[in-house]
Design a binder for this molecule. Structure first.
Ligand code: AP5
Length: 214
């Protein structure tokens, strides 16, 4: 059974790799960022409260995201393992996860320089309907501005504006990066070079997990 954490700065490729690993291991990829964006879109009370945090590049309060994850992990599809993408992001979140009785198999930390992050975020495009992710240079859609899967319009995420990206990077370095030492102490941290082509990064991630791919 694999209980995995995709770790790294904003735009490191956590979501991209989580989807690839999810397909191969047949376990769900759970993104707190996607769940928060869906709540913002539907204007739920949680979404309305979260909006000001995400749009300024700050973290949503711990108790909110811990509640979301606690509920999600009780769902049937998590019984055979799961991939957490974007959670935990603070020491209290990691401690809450441990208190839920979750044993982490591996934390894969995708290492990408701040310069490469800024380049990636400036070209990211997101489907306005199904949330599929593209990049104008590295992963373009077949028809410019349209989603390959559902044909809906591609949009730029509000928190991908350059000034918000810089604030997200700062938040990562101050609040989230210390978790690497936390998981290293537990012997579950695997460092993977997140730069280079998507396939190469996946190859390194599978190697770190000891999983063979055809
Ligand atoms: P979230 O959605 O988790 O954002 P993030 O961590 O900043 O990560 P991203 O989704 O931006 O990037 P990613 O690493 O998944 O990269 P991706 O694969 O998309 O969170 C958003 C906000 O929600 C947070 O700022 C916070 O406010 C809140 N939040 C979420 N979780 C929280 C928590 N636990 N606690 C508190 N608040 C929380 O790739 C990026 C781009 O690069 C794409 O265009 C992709 O096509 C491209 N790309 C991917 N891999 C490669 C590659 N190898 N080479 C070239 N391009 C690539």
């Amino acid at each position: 059974m694999y209980n995995l954490i995709m770790f790294g700065p904003p735009g490191a490729g956590k979501g991209t790799q989580a989807k690839i690993i999810s397909k191969r291991l047949e376990i769900p990829a759970i993104s707190t960022g996607e769940m928060i964006r869906a709540a913002i879109k539907s204007e739920t009370p949680m979404g309305l409260a979260a909006r000001e945090y995400t749009e300024s590049g700050r973290l949503v309060p711990d108790e909110v995201v811990i509640g979301i994850i606690k509920e999600r992990l009780t769902e049937a599809d998590c019984q055979k393992g799961f991939i957490l993408d974007g959670f935990p992001r603070t020491i209290p979140q990691a401690e809450a996860l441990a208190q839920m009785g979750v044993e982490i198999t591996k934390v894969i930390s995708f290492e990408v320089s701040d310069e490469a992050i800024v380049d990636r975020m400036s070209g990211r495009r997101l489907c306005s309907s199904c949330s599929a992710s593209y990049h104008v240079k590295y992963a373009p859609s077949a028809v410019e501005g349209k989603c390959d899967s559902c044909g809906a319009e591609l949009i730029i995420r509000k928190d991908d504006k350059p000034e918000v990206v810089l604030s997200r990077l700062e938040t990562y370095h101050s609040e989230t990066e210390p978790l690497k030492a936390f998981y290293e102490k537990q012997g579950v941290l695997a460092i993977v070079n997140g730069e280079g082509e998507v396939d190469k990064v996946s190859e390194s991630a599978f190697k770190a997990l000891g999983v063979t791919v055809d």
